[in-house]
Design a protein. Structure first.
Length: 412
């Protein structure tokens, strides 16, 4: 139980850090894109100033100027915006390791989709993160002359295909978290490998007294714009893991593609507003229509059947020894009876609870195999805490929780 508590609190701490860093990164990204689009050509300004803007916030007035390439001389104090992105990615990857790699049999692997071992699932994950960035980076470099719209369309096709592939490899939660993680990796790598290095080249030219080449700023701005349009979809992919209606349907791959479009549309509305002051109301109509389509798709669940050997209780992953011991425990029959009576009406492949189309968080508790695989989650949700059943709606007693604890200790 001690390790379970450490694991649970580690996930909470990393999630907190990840969220705080992401707020700082997204906030600065949104601010600078809005600032850049809202700049006005100054009547009188120092040489090289492309635009300026007056702002008021917190009782103070701010006068902001942007240079077309760079000022003539290196300023004494220059603030770099990079650690927000780096901290977001590092904390996110740490959370991926603690939650999805350490708990691969809970959160990542679905034997009805593909019966992977833990290490196979982790290896595929790492390949997706690295290859996703490499392919994206090469597409941007080779297609830069096509214009932003063409590049966005090609990137949309690429990411949609990856989403389709992931839904045929991982569980619903695993697929969504990985399209999100791949997107976040692309965004952070844009900062680390393109935007910041290009800025450093410009700074080095200023220090050396050379006139910086404007191409570096142009490329950095393109990647920054990509990050801006990807922000809303990546947030959706992460929070969707709490909603099986999005992740655990036969159309989850199409939902991924539609979310990419919805996020881009919403950012287009605000980017246009900041640049021109125009309100593109058709964007909200189109976004709402797409969201209605997503709701419709979520009502057609894909009920997958476990392979016969897994359904019979034969473990498939590296924890098979531990799982087999849990099933053979003298306390298992009583624990299974409690779970079937208090939990299975919701946590089944076809829930019996009125109005519920999918098991919460994709957790299924029907067979011996299902229950053994979810043992650590049962411990956290129904023994160490009383989180489940929610509001104790099914009336689980303290004696039944104690029975679950005896089974989980495997001391029967």
């Amino acid at each position: 139980m001690g390790l379970e508590i450490v694991w649970e609190w580690s996930m909470l701490a990393l999630r907190w850090l990840h969220l705080v860093a992401a707020i700082a990164w997204i906030g600065s990204s949104f601010y600078f894109i809005a600032l850049d689009l809202g700049l006005k050509k100054p009547k009188q300004a120092p040489p090289g100033v492309l635009g300026e803007e007056w702002q008021v916030h917190g009782g103070g007035f701010y006068h902001i100027q942007k240079y077309g390439v760079a000022p003539e001389h290196m300023p004494d104090d220059l603030v770099w915006f990079k650690w927000e992105a780096y901290t977001t990615w590092l904390s996110g990857f740490a959370l991926l390791c603690v939650m999805y790699y350490a708990g691969a049999h809970l959160y990542l692997i679905d034997p009805a989709v593909m019966p992977l071992s833990r290490w196979q699932a982790i290896l595929i994950s790492l390949v997706v993160l690295v290859a996703g960035w490499v392919v994206y980076d090469q597409l941007c470099k080779r297609l830069i002359t096509l214009g932003d719209t063409a590049v966005f369309i090609i990137l949309f096709i690429f990411m949609s295909l990856v989403g389709f592939a992931l839904t045929h490899v991982y569980s619903g939660r695993g697929a969504f978290i990985h399209i999100g993680a791949m997107t976040a990796t692309i965004m952070a790598a844009n900062v680390a490998h393109v935007i910041i290095p290009n800025q450093r080249v410009v700074v080095a030219d200023l220090i050396a007294g050379r006139k910086p080449d404007p191409i570096y700023g142009k490329i950095a701005k393109q990647r920054s714009l990509h990050n801006n349009y990807l922000t809303l979809p990546v947030i959706f992919f992460f929070i969707a893991n709490h909603y099986p209606l999005a992740t655990n349907t036969g159309w989850s791959w199409l939902i991924i593609a539609l979310v990419l479009v919805m996020g881009a549309l919403i950012r287009h509305f605000f980017n246009t507003l900041h640049a021109t002051g125009r309100h593109l109301l058709w964007v909200w109509v189109a976004t709402l229509a797409l969201f209605v389509v997503i709701i419709g798709l979520s009502t057609y669940p894909a009920v997958r059947s476990l392979p016969q050997e897994e359904a019979a209780g034969v473990p498939f992953d590296p924890l098979d020894g531990q799982m087999r011991e849990l099933v053979r425990s003298q306390e298992f029959d009583a624990a299974q009876a409690t779970i079937m009576a208090r939990c299975s009406m919701c946590h089944s492949r076809q829930p019996l609870w009125e109005g519920m189309a999918h098991p919460p968080l994709g957790v299924v508790l029907e067979s011996e195999f299902d229950i053994a695989r979810e043992a650590s989650r049962i411990a956290r949700q129904a023994v160490l805490s009383h989180a489940m059943p929610p509001g104790n709606v099914t009336g689980m007693t303290e004696d039944e929780r104690a029975q679950l604890a005896r089974w989980l200790r495997n001391d029967g």
